[in-house]
Design a protein around this ligand. Structure first.
Ligand code: NAD
Length: 449
């Protein structure tokens, strides 16, 4: 649910007051509900001349999802676009993209509230001729900048094809669909690399995790509980793990989603083996979400050894050990998603220990990816920004209010559900081509990549 201020300025009186006083007016973000349409209106696909064939292939795929797809703005003066997709996959020089990006620009005033812009491009490779690399790389800064210009809960994200992946491959389409949908409500300004993966004939978009077993650590409350609920909603059988002290709330979550509760400290030497045993009782392990995490904030000058060591042990070393044990057991097709944080990317005062642990998560994810890929799996990380949880509720009111409203275009914190949706996507069969990546769920609050 949106925060109190966001609800207030979206009411009659609040709207007027905020306008008069020139106060921020964050939009109420649209979140996923099973029977709602994928987008809030028709989707326009624009492309440069060289990318027309890819644009046509995409249009075909979107039509199969019952989306009202348009290839031109002709006769669409009254349309409020639910999404605009820019295809720049075959452009070869920066000059060649100007017409299509400006055409996209011309549609933005008619983008609906909670509308979506998605840019499809190819990753620049060091082996590319410089002009081609420049053309491709340019789409990254472009996509992040549009994200900052949009209002009304609209977002802009990019699907960046790597390794020759086709624009209409299962993973490219799955990523496009995630970005177009309400499931990516708080994902903004992200450019996600997507590589080749086996095509899937039958994709169940409503229950993508049917028949899968997922283990979620730190699932007694907060983001972990939201992840467990979301994976269960998507059809998975879920094993929820947390420390014995959180046993009662853990049992509550397990009951609610008809899952299995396992009281376990993830720092235990045999945590990986225990997780594997518990999952095997319900059919094996397909998905592992490393969510358990703690904060022990202190300026480094005042940091006690216990404050540093406990954060590293829970947030980082436990993940390494558990992964090692599962890999040693030869678990096939394992989809690992680890919780990082924007603090681990941008840094944060008082959080050297936490930021070290979260940067470490990003590092081990990239290195784990090829190891799990050998067994048909993937390893990715999600980096949340400001999420409305018990943790952020403890921040003093004024600081919390500022933290929310300085977030460039969305002007609000995200919900645990938003993090959970990103994780459910990365764990799903269609995301097989996404490996070793970090997806931020931060409303583009962070400067940088
Ligand atoms: P939270 O404190 O509400 O929940 C964390 C859960 O992990 C708790 O249930 C706790 O009991 C459990 N846990 C802690 N140590 C454990 C251990 N040794 N073994 C098993 N379980 C353990 O935190 P949250 O806000 O829901 O955060 C969840 C994850 O998301 C963490 O990894 C956190 O670093 C990350 N994150 C949160 C935010 C945010 O804004 N809340 C932002 C960025 C990243």
């Amino acid at each position: 649910m949106a925060d109190n201020y966001t609800r207030f300025v979206n009411g009659e009186l609040g709207k007027k007051l905020a306008k008069q006083l020139n106060l921020p007016r964050p939009a109420v973000l649209r979140r996923y509900t099973p029977d709602a349409p994928l987008t809030v209106g028709p989707v326009l696909i624009v492309s440069d001349d060289a990318s027309t064939a890819d644009a046509d292939a995409l249009a075909k795929a979107l039509l199969a999802w019952d989306v009202d797809v348009r290839r031109s703005t002709e006769g669409a003066d009254d349309v409020r676009w639910g999404g605009v997709v820019l295809v720049g996959t075959s452009a070869e020089s920066p000059e060649a993209v100007s017409e299509s990006v400006l055409a996209l620009g011309g549609t933005l005033r008619r983008l609906a509230g909670n509308g979506r812009v998605v840019v499809l491009s190819r990753a620049a490779e060091t082996s590319d001729p410089p002009a081609l690399a420049a053309t491709r790389a340019g789409f990254e800064g472009f996509t992040r900048s549009i994200g900052k210009e949009l209002r009304g809960g609209a977002t802009a994200n990019g699907v960046q094809l790597t390794g020759g992946a086709a624009v209409d491959s299962t993973s490219a389409l799955g990523t496009l669909r995630f970005f177009l949908s309400a499931k990516s409500a708080y994902v903004d300004g992200q450019v996600l690399p997507v590589g080749p993966a086996d095509a899937l004939d039958d994709v169940d978009w409503e229950q993508p995790l049917a028949g899968k077993v997922a283990v979620v650590t730190g699932a007694a409350r907060g983001i972990g509980a939201a992840i467990a609920r979301t994976l269960a909603r998507d059809g998975a059988k879920v094993v929820v793990v947390d420390v014995p002290a959180a046993g009662e709330s853990l049992a509550g979550v397990a009951n609610e989603i008809k899952g299995t509760a396992v009281q376990l400290d993830v720092t235990a030497a045999d945590a990986g083996t225990k997780i594997l045993d518990a999952a095997r009782h319900v059919g094996g392990i397909d998905i592992l979400v490393h969510n358990a995490g703690i904060l022990r904030d202190k300026l480094l000058a005042n940091m006690k050894p216990g404050q540093w060591d406990s954060v590293i042990a829970v947030n980082l070393a436990s993940q390494l050990r558990i992964n090692e044990q599962l890999l040693a057991a030869g678990v096939e097709g394992l989809r690992i998603v680890s919780l990082a944080s924007t603090s681990g990317i941008a840094g944060n005062k008082g959080q050297t220990n936490y930021a070290y642990s979260k940067s470490g998560v990003i590092g081990h994810t990239a290195a784990t990816a090829p190891l799990v890929a050998e067994l048909g799996g993937t390893a990715n990380a999600v980096a949340p920004g400001f999420i409305e949880t018990e943790m952020t509720r403890s921040i003093p009111f004024a600081t919390r209010e500022v933290a929310r409203r300085v977030i460039p275009s969305l002007q609000q914190g995200g919900l645990p559900l938003d993090v959970a949706e990103a994780i459910a996507f990365l764990a799903s069969p269609v995301a097989k081509g996404v490996n070793g990546q970090v997806l931020r769920v931060c409303g583009q609050s962070m400067v940088g990549k």
